[in-house]
Structure formats: structure tokens, C-alpha cells
Design a protein. Structure first.
Length: 557
């Protein structure tokens, strides 16, 4: 008995260390990265300045692409933690919160669906999913959407035994998903809730009907309050959000997002879906005769198929949009994951050992070579790829690398204490690889992904006095970062066509190959005073208007 309790405590400690290993690296110590995180933080920064929690704004302009729950919570954590951390790192505290909510909700769903001792496998598989490991460290709305889906699946799981609690949890999950990305989340979860009793008679019960009634009541405040506040503020902005950025994107009536490629999501599942996609397919096939009696298989099958059908009907598409289906895949993987063993398991374990050792030795060796500058080819290669980076010893990066290495070795050594050691070892490999990249090599990556240097330089080259700055071709991430680092809001010619007629400073963003310097979009003479490049394509040029007579300035209305 004492030994059993000791093992339980060790297993609990192992899971906590594994979760921190896979979650913490990359959350702090870096700037907002292009592109989604940059504009997301721009919305948070504007919210902190204006105090407006109803209408998200980006550099002074309404931005109605998504509802504001991620931005509101990030603003709260930014204000709370900013005395200890830089503002953007403090804002990323919301990512940590939603990651914890996703982990716990997925574990609760697995436990309720018949895996009281193996519940940890589902959230562990989420940590080890290749397609989620990077995005779940970004300050983007998809992190909140995933948490909403995990919470909703826990609600489905509790519906048969505790219908009132299940309805409350399901409704809350739907509400979080709605305030994260709009109608997509409630649509997918609503279709799943309707399809379950249609397809399976085990869901045609009074308890499930009670669950749905409680769900509707608990979801109502989430679904109604913000849209009503938005409509009362501006019916035009409400319509822009409700139709243009939901139905318009889905139906392809506008060009606001990337068009879906034919085999986008199939490719995503076959590549980024490892290991949960093959494990879930194995589970569904292996347990196919039990579908009529297994709530686990029913929920995951319906949720997955609903998600894939809707995503493949939509006109827009990104691999990022497939993240919600990973919740059902992690749960569906449970039957297969609990029976991993035999010769194939031993071969996989041996391969994991090789990968673990290679990444551990290779990561530290490459970092050491960069620090000491030998061989010279290593430093030359880095400077070619990231010319703005100067290899210097960063104590915090070194300390982070030591912490990641220690945590990974701890998890690896204790993996055999868990029943399914192969799952723990795989998650440890993923955590080690990502953790070393996000600690030892974070200064290099941040130098390439951050806008801090170039936008600060832009701010320093602005004149001490000017009327306004007109911009041409400025993207959403760039507008956000200029506002944050240079405290500059531009008048975009795409919104204010007369900006070039009244502003005496002009900023142009273009591609390296665009010869825009020789075809300026203005009638007057301009002088190039600053030029900066970012990444592999972005070129920024700052112009001052030369003194000229007989130029009538138009006043923007």
C-alpha cells in the first residue's frame, strides 16, 4: 500500500515536470513573433492604452476579425505581470492559463470516458503532438479555441452521469470557443451535439436532453453579451464581424484569408498529426464493433468527422485551423495507446533513445560551437541565415537549456514508472527538442522573428516634428509592431486615400524585388531617409517630403 502511494506520487510529479517541460520554454524571453502573434499583441497593446474591451483595435483602426476574449485576458495578465516581466511576455501569461485548462479538461474527459487510471495519456499525447507543439506557445486566439474544445469534450463526457454539470461545462466550452474565434467553434460543437443522438440511440435519453438544456442556458451569456455590446456601439462593425469575418470567409465572398488547398487537411493529419492521428485510426478500427456502446468512440468519431467535413467545405484554409480536431484525436487514441507493446514497441523505444541522445548531444554541441566560434563554418552559417545576430553568451539561455535538459533526463529516467512508458518517452523527446530550441537557440530565432530592432530604428529616424505619416502596403503585424516599438500610428492609403496629400512623411513596405523607389505613389518629390530589411522578404523605406511651392494640402475628413 505504501509502495503504491509512493508510485502514485512519483507519477504525479513526473506528469507535472513533463507538462512544464513541454509548456514553459518559449513563453518568455522573446518578442512578439510574426505574423499572428505580432498583430494579436498589437490588439492587446491597444486595449491597454484605450481601455476599450468591446471593439478590438489595431494601431487605431477597428479590427473585427475575431472576438476579444484572448485579447482581454492577455491585457489582464499583461497588466498584472508587467512589473515582473516585459509587457509582451506578461501578456503571454494567458497562453499558460489556456494550456493548463486544455490539459486538465482533456484529462477529465479521458477519466470520465472509462480510463480512470490512464487518463493522463490523452493530455500527454496532446503535449507530444507535432502539429500543436509550436502553436500552443503563441499568443493567438487558436490557443483559447483549443481550450474551449477540450472543455466542451469534457462536457460531453460528463453528460451521461452528471447531466447538469456536463451541460454547464459544455456550455462554457462553447462560449470560450465562440469568444475566441467566432461562429466556427459553436458551429462544430453544435453539430456534434445534434449528430450524437441522431446517429446513436444511447444518446437519446432524458439525461442528454437535460444536458443540452443546461448547455443552452450556460452558453447564452457567452454568445449574447459581447455581440449586443458591439451592436450597440456600432451596427456597421457588428455586421463586419458577424457576416464578413464569419460567413464571408467561410463562403469565399472576400479575400481576407488564404484559400484552402484541395488536400490541405489530409496532408496536415498525415504530417503534423503524428502520433495521435495513426493511433486514433488504429483505435477506431480495432474497436469498430464497440462503437454502438462506447461513448468515447462515439464522441470522438462524430467530433472528428464533423470538424473535417466543415473545414473541407470552407473556402479558406490553413493547417492551423485543424487544431480543434486534435482534441478528439487525443481522446480517440486512448484504446490504442494503452495496448502499445510487443516487438514494435521495443523498436520504437530504441529509436526514441537514439533520437533523444542525438538531439541532446547535437543541440549542446552546436550551441557550444557557436559560442566559441569553432569551427568557423558554424558561426558563418548562422550569420548568413541571421545577419543581425551576434553570437554572445546569454546566461538566461544557458540556464534555460540546463533546466530543459535536467527535466528531460528526469522524465526519461522515470518513464518506466508509468504503464505506457513509450508515450512518456515520446513526449519527453518532443519537449527536449522544442525546449532546447526555445532556450539555447532562442536569441538566434528571436533575432530573425522579432521586429524590435527594425521598428526601433524606424522610430529613431522619424523627424522631431511632422504632420503625419502616410503608409503604403503596411501589413497587420507590421502596423502592430510599429505602434508598440516606435509609438507610431500611420494613416494607411488603403483606408485614407488622401493621406499622401497631407502627410509630410511616408512609409512604404514592399518586397525586396519591388522597385517601388522609382515609382512612388505620390505627385510630389520625396527623399529617402531610411531603409530597413526584415526577414527574407520585407523591405521598409521611409521618405520625407521635399519643400515645394503651390501644393494645396487636402484635409482628411
Amino acid at each position: 500500500m505504501v509502495e503504491s502511494q509512493r508510485n502514485i506520487r512519483i507519477q504525479f510529479l513526473l506528469l507535472i515536470v513533463l507538462w512544464f517541460l513541454c509548456t514553459l520554454p518559449g513563453l518568455v524571453g522573446r518578442d512578439p513573433w510574426k505574423s499572428d502573434e505580432s498583430y494579436s499583441f498589437g490588439l492587446v497593446f491597444e486595449m491597454l492604452k484605450t481601455g476599450d474591451w468591446v471593439v478590438p483595435t489595431l494601431a487605431g483602426e477597428p479590427f473585427m476579425e475575431k472576438p476579444p476574449i484572448m485579447y482581454i485576458m492577455s491585457a489582464i495578465t499583461a497588466r498584472t505581470l508587467s512589473p515582473l516581466l516585459p509587457l509582451h511576455d506578461a501578456a503571454r501569461g494567458t497562453v499558460f492559463f489556456f494550456a493548463a485548462l486544455t490539459f486538465l479538461s482533456l484529462g477529465a474527459a479521458a477519466r470520465e470516458l472509462g480510463q480512470p487510471e490512464k487518463w493522463w495519456i490523452a493530455p500527454a499525447l496532446l503535449l507530444g503532438s507535432v502539429g500543436l507543439v509550436h502553436n500552443q506557445h503563441m499568443m493567438i486566439t487558436d490557443v483559447a479555441l483549443l481550450a474551449g474544445f477540450a472543455l466542451a469534450h469534457a462536457g460531453f463526457a460528463f453528460s451521461s452521469r452528471r447531466p447538469m454539470f456536463g451541460g454547464l461545462v459544455l456550455g462554457t466550452g462553447i462560449g470560450i470557443a465562440f469568444l475566441a474565434k467566432g461562429l466556427l467553434g459553436p458551429g462544430l460543437l453544435g453539430l456534434t451535439a445534434i449528430a450524437l443522438p441522431v446517429l446513436f440511440k444511447t444518446w437519446r435519453t432524458d439525461k442528454y436532453l437535460k444536458t443540452l438544456l443546461i448547455t443552452a442556458l450556460s452558453a447564452l451569456p457567452w454568445l449574447v453579451i459581447w455581440p449586443l455590446l458591439l451592436y450597440s456601439r456600432s451596427p456597421v462593425l457588428f455586421f463586419e464581424w458577424f457576416w464578413t469575418n464569419n460567413f464571408g470567409r467561410f463562403l469565399g465572398e472576400n479575400n481576407l484569408g488564404p484559400k484552402r488547398e484541395t488536400f490541405l487537411y489530409a496532408t496536415t493529419l498525415l504530417t503534423l498529426g503524428f502520433p495521435v492521428f495513426p493511433l486514433s485510426v488504429w483505435s477506431w478500427w480495432k474497436e469498430r464493433k464497440m462503437v454502438g456502446q462506447s461513448a468515447l468512440l462515439q464522441i470522438t468519431l462524430v467530433s472528428f468527422m464533423t470538424g473535417m467535413v466543415v473545414l473541407n467545405i470552407s473556402s479558406e484554409g490553413r493547417s492551423l485551423y485543424a487544431q480543434p480536431v486534435f482534441i478528439s484525436l487525443c481522446l480517440a487514441s486512448l484504446p490504442a495507446a494503452t495496448e502499445l507493446g510487443g516487438k514494435q514497441s521495443r523498436i520504437a523505444s530504441a529509436l526514441f533513445v537514439i533520437v533523444f541522445v542525438l538531439f541532446l548531444a547535437g543541440g549542446w554541441s552546436l550551441w557550444t560551437m557557436m559560442m566559441v566560434g569553432w569551427p568557423a563554418a558554424a558561426r558563418t552559417l548562422v550569420l548568413q541565415k541571421v545577419p543581425d545576430y551576434l553570437p554572445t553568451f546569454q546566461p538566461w539561455a544557458f540556464a534555460g537549456g540546463v533546466a530543459v535538459t535536467s527535466a528531460a533526463i528526469f522524465c526519461w529516467c522515470l518513464a518506466d514508472r508509468m504503464g505506457e512508458a513509450l508515450i512518456i518517452k515520446w513526449c519527453t523527446v518532443v519537449g527536449l527538442c522544442y525546449g532546447l530550441v526555445m532556450t539555447l537557440f532562442l536569441p538566434i530565432i528571436n533575432s530573425n522573428m522579432s521586429y524590435k530592432t527594425i521598428m526601433t530604428s524606424l522610430g529613431c529616424n522619424l523627424p522631431s516634428r511632422y504632420l503625419c505619416v502616410a503608409s503604403v502596403g503596411l501589413g497587420e503585424p507590421q502596423r502592430a509592431m510599429i505602434h508598440y516599438y516606435a509609438n507610431l500610428r500611420t494613416l494607411r492609403t488603403e483606408v485614407e486615400p488622401g493621406a499622401l496629400d497631407i502627410c509630410d512623411v511616408m512609409l512604404i513596405q514592399s518586397n525586396y524585388n519591388d522597385n517601388i523607389h522609382n515609382r512612388l505613389p505620390a505627385r510630389d518629390s520625396w527623399k529617402l531617409v531610411w531603409e530597413g530589411r526584415h526577414g527574407s522578404r520585407e523591405l521598409f523605406r521611409l521618405y520625407f517630403r521635399l519643400p515645394s511651392e503651390n501644393i494645396e494640402r487636402k484635409v482628411l475628413k
